[in-house]
Ligand binder design. Structure first.
Ligand SMILES: Cc1ncc(COP(=O)(O)O)c(C=O)c1O
Length: 393
């Protein structure tokens, strides 16, 4: 039987104005078409070192251990948690949306005794509430998101590192949704481990997770260093701590792999490393402060667009992420039909949300390459038309 040939990829271009992914910068796509290199080629090792150095600037830290975990942002979360948590450790998770629940779930899969504090969706925590919980539970690790895309809220983090240090806990922050879009000075805020993805404010595809690890956290992880059999050299002594329960996400091994000794682990996702390097290079060439201001300006434009359409923004606006805005779907409007029409008639993607907010809010993202007036205006022109049709029904 003759098979119909499958054509080359040629999707209708979409403007991605949801909570991520978003359209990648053309320079990032170009970097991804650069030919592969072997992972131990000195040229490639130099690109790895450059990528570490660039992300030190993005995270505003001098952490030696600033590296990439291959896999989507969730891979960064899993690597951080499985490497920090020893079974039986107490972990406190501050949950203000779906991704906080994800942290709690992953921590419990790592064998942690998980304690959570929750605040109603659409709000964030006062630092005192987190401090009270840390004081009560005395966890080894406190985990939270900076921005929880499900609710579009951003948790203030300036105090969190200090609170954790005061009670001898490590801090972990999931900055997938915010890195590059709002300030996250890791050293100044004293955060231990922070991970992210490229597909939001950094303007790249998902598939690699930039991460930074404080010396103190790196030492705790390194205590659990166990080199694979077949790679061990004479005289090797494993770390005293229990072996990390994942091979792929073992940060002790990943740190060795990124170190000068270049101890073999996985085959680096070359193309994703090129993308990560280009995202950071572009962000730093623009300037972090400029990029934050651009995201904040796009956010104001989104809010102005909502006012014009008499749509109500969702949640506590004082703590809204600058790059994603939640919008209540008006009574009598079929939110999914609107999203469908935005996509099919206008080639624009916007999001809905999860769990209790599914079908109740839309989420409009203006981030990375799309945190620009032209992209926001095009989105609102289309939304105006689609809503006019809906309201006539
Ligand atoms: C805050 C947050 N954390 C984690 C993730 C998971 O990222 P990924 O889908 O790249 O694994 C997302 C994705 O939207 C997110 O918004």
């Amino acid at each position: 039987m003759a098979h119909k040939p499958v054509p080359e990829l040629k999707p209708v271009p979409r403007l991605l104005m949801g909570p991520g992914p978003i359209n990648a910068y053309p320079q990032v796509l170009r970097a991804m078409s650069v030919q592969l290199l072997g992972q131990f080629d000195p040229q490639f090792r130099r690109y790895m070192a450059e990528t570490s150095a660039l992300y030190r600037q993005v995270f505003r830290t001098r952490n030696r251990q600033t590296l990439m975990v291959d896999g989507t942002a969730r891979a960064g979360i899993e690597a951080a948690l499985v490497s920090l948590i020893e079974p039986g450790d107490k972990v406190l998770v501050a949950v203000f949306g779906r991704f906080g629940h994800l942290l709690a779930e992953i921590a419990s899969r790592c064998g942690a005794v998980v304690r959570t504090i929750e605040t109603p969706w659409g709000t964030v925590f006062e630092p005192e509430a987190i401090e009270r919980a840390v004081k009560k539970h005395r966890p080894k690790l406190v985990a939270t998101c900076q921005g929880d895309t499900s609710t579009t809220m951003a948790q203030p983090l300036a105090e969190i590192g200090r609170i954790c240090a005061r009670y001898g806990a490590f801090s972990y922050v999931d900055a997938t949704a915010t890195l590059g879009g709002m300030p996250l000075p890791v050293a100044r805020w004293g955060l231990d481990v922070v991970s992210a993805g490229l597909q939001k404010c950094l303007g790249g595809p998902s598939g690699i997770a930039p991460m930074t690890i404080s010396d103190r956290a790196a030492a705790a992880i390194y205590r659990r260093r166990h080199i694979e059999q077949g790679l061990q050299k004479k005289g090797y002594r494993p770390g005293r701590g229990p072996r990390i329960r994942s091979n792929y996400f073992d940060l002790a091994m990943i740190m060795d792999y990124w170190s000068e000794q270049a101890l073999n682990h996985h085959t680096e996702a070359t193309t994703m490393l090129y993308a990560a390097r280009e995202c950071a290079r572009l962000l730093l060439a623009e300037g972090l402060e400029h990029a934050f201001a651009r995201h904040a300006a796009a956010s104001r434009l989104v809010l102005a667009g909502l006012r014009e359409l008499e749509l109500e923004p969702y949640g506590d606006l004082a703590h809204k992420m600058p790059n994603v805005t939640g919008v209540w779907i008006p009574q009598g409007v079929d939110g999914e039909r609107v999203r469908h029409r935005m996509l099919e008639r206008h080639n624009i993607e916007i999001g809905t949300s999860f769990g209790p907010l599914h079908g109740k809010i839309w989420r409009i993202g203006a981030m990375g390459a799309n945190a620009r007036p032209a992209a926001v205006r095009r989105t609102f022109a289309a939304l105006r038309q689609v809503l006019r049709g809906e309201r006539r029904r």
